[in-house]
Design a binder for this molecule. Structure first.
Ligand SMILES: [Zn+2]
Length: 117
């Protein structure tokens, strides 16, 4: 009975050790940490809002008259992202007509800006 309990405790310890080891690897690696933060932020956004999809800026169309990026929603409304609103890597944009949201990946937006400049 004690031996069995020890095995269970050892398994718990090795699981905890693995988690700590994994967390340490993520925290000590800039790229892994950024990826983890982005994934965490995406899952956070998904849990708060009914997100229809995740898109990149290249999936939207740029409206030069209004200086904003637009994407049609399935309801007939529009997701509108003003160019001045682009600040974070992932932005949550609400439809102007219904309760749906879309996540726009602005890491790709930044790359586009580099290409254009
Ligand atoms: Zn909509």
């Amino acid at each position: 009975m004690i031996a069995r309990w020890r095995i269970i405790m050892n398994n718990q310890h090795s699981t905890q050790f693995r988690l700590i080891d994994e967390a340490w690897k993520i925290l000590s690696d800039d790229n892994l940490r950024k990826k983890y933060d982005a994934e965490f932020r995406a899952s956070e956004l998904h849990s708060i809002h009914p997100v229809q999809e995740e898109i990149s800026l290249s999936d939207t169309s740029y409206n030069s008259k209004l200086d904003q990026y637009e994407k049609d929603c399935r309801c007939g409304g529009k997701y509108i992202l003003s160019r001045t609103e682009i600040s974070e890597e992932l932005l949550l944009v609400d439809c102007d007509n219904c309760s749906l949201s879309t996540i726009i990946d602005c890491a790709i937006c930044d790359k586009n800006k580099d290409v254009n400049s």
